[in-house]
Ligand binder design. Structure first.
Ligand SMILES: Nc1nc2c(ncn2[C@@H]2O[C@H](COP(=O)(O)OP(=O)(O)OP(=O)(O)O)[C@@H](O)[C@H]2O)c(=O)[nH]1
Ligand SMILES: [Mg+2]
Length: 201
């Protein structure tokens, strides 16, 4: 079974990415989702309402406190959620695990996930990629989302591209507008090449 972590600051589009990935992958793989919210289970409820997956395949974990802890330092709540899903669906192939929104400092424990994607909001200003931090630097794939909104705040995609290249070296990044599905195909191709190829179809 492959576990994919999805991290990023509050409101950057993590849940939208989970929804889009479910829509594209649910007919090919046996999937489940774990969402982390700090104080609610809102993301799990949203995904269930949207029909991302059958509701019993979506588990919301209310982490309380600091979202980093639950995905990096003490992952027991998330391991328990994954364990519960595995007991219910013993043939799971792919789990998407959404972190609570953070402040550019979170990373996933390599014991919790096989790979992690980090979503930043391109409409928060073109300085975000160069602010760096462990996830912008080291995530397996960086997504610069909400490019549809970037022009409204004067955020320059060229600046973000230059800084992302400089900070990440050879690690990949993709510009996207997940609300409208822009950039989803390259994200899926990357997942195919790096993760999904290992799963039987
Ligand atoms: N215009 C636009 N809106 C987007 C895009 N991606 C997400 N949104 C919207 O931005 C808001 C936040 O998106 P979410 O997917 O909930 O963000 P999140 O990172 O999961 O947020 P938290 O879990 O609360 O940290 C929602 O209203 C989305 O509809 C995008 O690419 N373009
Ligand atoms: Mg969310």
């Amino acid at each position: 079974m492959i576990r994919v972590g999805i991290g990023g600051p509050v409101g950057s589009g993590k849940t939208m990415l989970v929804l889009r990935l479910c829509e594209k992958l649910r007919d090919r793989f046996r999937m489940a989702v774990v969402t982390n919210d700090i104080y609610t289970r809102e993301d799990a409820e949203f995904l269930a309402r949207q029909g991302a997956l059958p509701p019993e395949r979506i588990l919301g974990v209310e982490t309380g406190g600091c979202p980093h802890t639950a995905i990096r330092d003490d992952t027991s709540e998330n391991e328990a959620a994954i364990g519960a899903l595995q007991r219910q669906f013993d043939d799971l192939e792919l789990i998407l695990l959404e972190s609570g929104g953070d402040n550019l400092a979170a990373t996933f424990s390599p014991d919790l996930v096989d790979s992690f994607l980090y979503v930043i909001d391109g409409a928060e200003g073109d300085k975000i990629p160069r602010k760096g931090g462990p996830a912008i630097r080291h995530s397996d794939l960086l997504l610069i989302n909400k490019i549809d909104l970037a022009p409204y705040v004067g955020a320059d995609l060229g600046v973000m591209e230059r800084d992302a290249k400089r900070i990440r070296g050879n690690l990949p990044f993709i510009f996207c507008d997940l609300k409208h599905g822009i950039g989803l195909d390259p994200i899926l191709s990357w997942m195919e090449d790096h993760l999904l190829f290992a799963l039987r179809e």
